[in-house]
Design a protein around this ligand. Sequence first.
Ligand SMILES: [Zn+2]
Length: 130
Amino acid sequence: MARFGRRDTAPELALRRELHRRGRRFFVDRPVSRRCRVRPDLVFPRARIAVFVDGCFWHWCEEHAHLPKANAELWRQKLLANRQRDAANEAVLVGEGWQVLRFWEHEDSSVAADRVEGALRRWASISGRR
Ligand SMILES: [Zn+2]
């Protein structure tokens, strides 16, 4: 499974809307590495910032994770594998010079947007770009 769950989830859309409102432009759901098939939810190619909005169930958020009653052990292994894949993909991207920002779907979209903007501003001040 290249991607867990659905595309364009409500929390992703909320973050995209908030960043658009602030005048930010980015790519959506785009592959960024030849070494892994991961497609960050938001991509800022020049700043090399990759943003993920992780679903609480599929990515095992500590607050909201739960195992379905049926086949609990299979689900546990599957969700654990998802987390390990997240970590492995992130390591590949970081190794290729990407800054990876991860948010949970339960996080407030304007707080998430603040963090993305902070990272973009730091990059702009270092690179001399706007
Ligand atoms: Zn959660």
